[in-house]
Design a protein. Structure first.
Length: 230
């Protein structure tokens, strides 16, 4: 009888353990099922939220420094120049400055040709992108297209150097010699003209790009050094 009682007790004990395990598993599965919709909802909310970009205070400072300087550059420099002209700086005849006027005209024709090329290339890239998306092909963003990178940087770099070049060109013509300013101006326009054709996005070589940018920098330095040291 004692052996039968022990067997019966062991059987009951095992049954109780199994029931406890089953209850624990059941509770665990219920918790998982309750947490799963919440987790999915949180994931969807995170996907819907736009990525946050945190700009460093130092970068904000320099961005606003450059931006505010460019905003005030035109009114200040044009006022300075017109004031100087009104005070009698223009000593020679108007015909002496026709060469510098031709350089300025050629420069702006080139500049707006760059802008139109940038705009038309963007339209072409956007159309090609939409067509590829309809066909299910993978496409890169417009800003990462090699052709668009070339024209964006062409316009951007030309605009960045526009102030130092044009002001140096005309101040050199007024204070040094119109003929010298004209010669340096044609060198600048010629070197700037082939910038988009040697950009690394197209040529694959940064050394070729230097054949356009370095002459531009040298011309700007020469124009301003002559003004300062005349």
């Amino acid at each position: 009888e004692s052996s039968n009682n022990r067997k019966h007790y062991n059987t009951q004990h095992q049954n109780q353990q199994q029931q406890q395990q089953q209850q624990t598993q059941h509770q665990y599965h219920q918790q998982q099922q309750q947490q799963q919709p919440q987790t999915q909802q949180q994931d969807q909310q995170q996907l819907q939220q736009p990525p946050q970009t945190h700009q460093q205070p130092a970068q904000i400072r320099w961005d606003r420094t450059v931006g505010n300087t460019l905003e005030q550059q035109g009114p200040f420099l044009w006022g300075l120049w017109l004031n100087a002209l009104w005070g009698g700086v223009l000593r020679g005849s108007v015909e002496d400055y026709y060469g510098v006027l031709r350089v300025t005209f050629a420069y702006f024709v080139m500049y707006y040709a760059f802008i139109l090329s940038q705009a038309f290339n963007r339209i072409k890239v956007i159309r090609r992108k939409k067509k590829a998306e309809k066909e299910g092909a993978r496409v890169v963003p417009v800003s990462e297209d090699r052709g668009q990178i070339r024209w964006d940087r062409t316009v951007g770099n030309t605009l960045e150097q526009q102030g130092p070049f044009l002001w140096g060109l005309w101040l050199n013509a007024l204070f040094v010699a119109p003929a010298t300013a004209e010669m340096l101006g044609w060198v600048y326009v010629g070197a700037r003209l082939y910038y988009p054709f040697v950009h690394p996005a197209v040529s694959g070589s940064r050394l070729l790009l230097y054949t356009s940018t370095f002459p531009n920098y040298w011309v700007i330095v020469a124009l301003w050094v002559q003004i300062v040291w005349r």
